[in-house]
Write a protein that binds this ligand. Sequence first.
Ligand code: FES
Ligand code: FES
Length: 163
Amino acid sequence: MNDSHCECHVTVNDQDHILSVSQTDTLLDLLRNHLGLNSPRYGCGAEQCGACTVLVNGEPAFACTTLVCSLDAHRIETVESLGGDHPLQQAIIEYNAGQCGFCLSGIIMQSVALLRRNRDPTRDDITRALAGHLCRCGAHNRIIRAIQAAAASIRTAGAQTSV
Ligand code: FES
Ligand code: FES
């Protein structure tokens, strides 16, 4: 261990990791290149597109600029934690909401955070939550409809459904 490295303990998708990493390693490096979690994408690398968004202690964060050394004892969630049959994932398929899909992982995790705090978001609530997410395919309208449908499905399934 030296000044250029740190040791930290993070929980990623409910799995604990004790890491020795460079002070400059980003969370996106860790997830994609070391843990094989490829859902968060590298787009702008500068907090401008949202493609890398994951949850850190339940809050959306840009993995492209978050340093792993700042995350000791933090909990990270990525799309892989949702398992594939989450209502948001189902609704995106049903509404044909993605084209290339590059933006979707970030949008899904941002929406998970939104639906945890608000199970009945208005279109404006969703638009505000997605303000930092670019979709270069222009699929925003279908994505918003899919999020509204997922919210309805979660409400129908009952309060005990985890988001
Ligand atoms: S890659 Fe992180 S915000 Fe664009
Ligand atoms: S579906 Fe292609 S960037 Fe959004």
